[in-house]
Design a binder for this molecule. Structure first.
Ligand SMILES: NC(=O)c1ccc[n+]([C@@H]2O[C@H](COP(=O)([O-])OP(=O)(O)OC[C@H]3O[C@@H](n4cnc5c(N)ncnc54)[C@H](OP(=O)(O)O)[C@@H]3O)[C@@H](O)[C@H]2O)c1
Length: 332
């Protein structure tokens, strides 16, 4: 299913072509990065702040967020930027409307939303606050609801900036090439009682889900000049790997890069002028380039049945709408 070439090009990417040196001043722009207090998200926030942007670091642990904000501010004391905290638990839909309300009470624009925060390799049987498989809940449903609630401000912002200035970046994973089931995601498994007991499978499905959501969002927002894309940030030193069995960690260690490299992938997707609305729904690879050979079965999932595809992405989008509809309209 997955080609050796696909694995190799992600494990040994070419040098990044879009780094902090290529990012102009971001003064006046507003960004939101979920999971910004550690790993890749932390590096994204740091660079955006160093360029003068207003950055919202959204996460579940106020102590960790405040410590991360202080650490970043202390390394860029001359920046005209601002970093602010937002509290949400992506694994608990009930916390998301108040987070969005908090953001909207402070800002009238949002240039780029990075749906970066997520979990990996949690024990089989773990569930979100609403009883969904934990990784589907945290990596897909939470970001879906957050994006839905932020859509009005994204649309308003898009009216006043150049086309493709407003973007939503969905952080997926290269693991989907190797481990996601046919079509990326099996809709029957989403129901309580039907969750797989294979944690790697569940992680891969949730990350394929991110790509499906990026593509479905693109179908809704491209006409408004908004870009929605998914990406694999790369194989990076981060907390998720601590949960792998020791022999897998030992094998993977030489292949792991510093988190800032993953930030380059995310910043390319979110800010590079190379990325246009015509790229909406595509899948980017480390350190900022398009996947040369995405899995055909997942491309079929992205296509509507009326276009000859399987329509899995559309069905997953509707499932997410159903699961989160009780939380739309709260807190705004
Ligand atoms: N590292 C890699 O090699 C790799 C590869 C492929 C994809 N990714 C993806 O890249 C993204 C960033 O991961 P990372 O490597 O930087 O890992 P990380 O250091 O573990 O960062 C994950 C971030 O997400 C936050 N988060 C987790 N669960 C959350 C929840 N329920 N609500 C709000 N925030 C939550 C974490 O907050 P806490 O600090 O409170 O836990 C943390 O800030 C993830 O989506 C991951 O799946 C990473």
């Amino acid at each position: 299913m997955a080609s050796l070439g696909s694995f190799l090009t992600q494990a040994f990417p070419p040098s990044p072509q879009f780094t902090e040196k290529d990012i102009p001043s971001q003064v006046g722009k507003v960004f939101l990065v979920t999971g910004g207090n550690s790993g890749i998200g932390y590096e994204v926030v740091k660079i955006l702040y160093s360029k003068g942007g207003t950055v919202y670091m959204a996460g579940r642990n106020p102590g960790k967020i405040n410590a991360a904000i202080e650490a970043i501010k202390s390394t860029h004391t001359a920046s005209p930027g601002r970093i602010k905290s937002l509290i949400l638990d992506l694994g608990d839909l009930s916390t998301i409307p108040s987070c969005v309300a908090d953001f909207l009470a402070q800002e009238t624009r949002l240039d780029v939303l990075w749906n970066n925060g997520g979990i990996a390799q949690v024990p089989a049987g773990s569930v979100s606050a609403q009883g969904h498989e934990a990784q589907i809940g945290t990596n897909c449903l939470g970001p879906f609801l957050l994006t839905q609630l932020l859509l009005p401000v994204l649309l308003r912002t898009a009216k006043s900036v150049p086309t493709a200035g407003v973007r939503v970046v969905w952080v997926s994973s290269g693991v989907i090439d190797l481990k996601a089931p046919p079509g990326g995601l099996l809709l029957d498994e989403l129901a309580p009682g039907h969750h797989s007991q294979d944690k790697m499978h569940n992680y891969s499905v949730s990350k394929a889900g991110d790509w499906l959501l990026a593509s479905e969002l693109d179908k809704r927002v491209r006409k408004h000049g908004i870009v929605s894309v998914a990406l694999s940030p790369g194989q990076l030193k981060a907390k998720g790997f601590d949960r792998l069995p020791w022999h897998q960690r030992w094998l993977m260690k030489p292949l792991l890069h510093e988190p800032i490299m993953g930030a380059y992938t995310e910043l390319w997707a979110g800010l590079s002028p190379e990325v246009t609305c015509a790229d909406g729904g595509r899948f980017a690879l480390p350190w900022g380039r398009w996947h040369p050979s995405p899995r055909k079965d997942i491309l079929e999932s992205l296509k509507a049945k009326t276009e000859g595809g399987t329509g899995v992405a559309a069905e997953f989008w509707h499932w997410c709408e159903e699961q989160s509809k009780g939380y739309v309209g709260l807190g705004n």
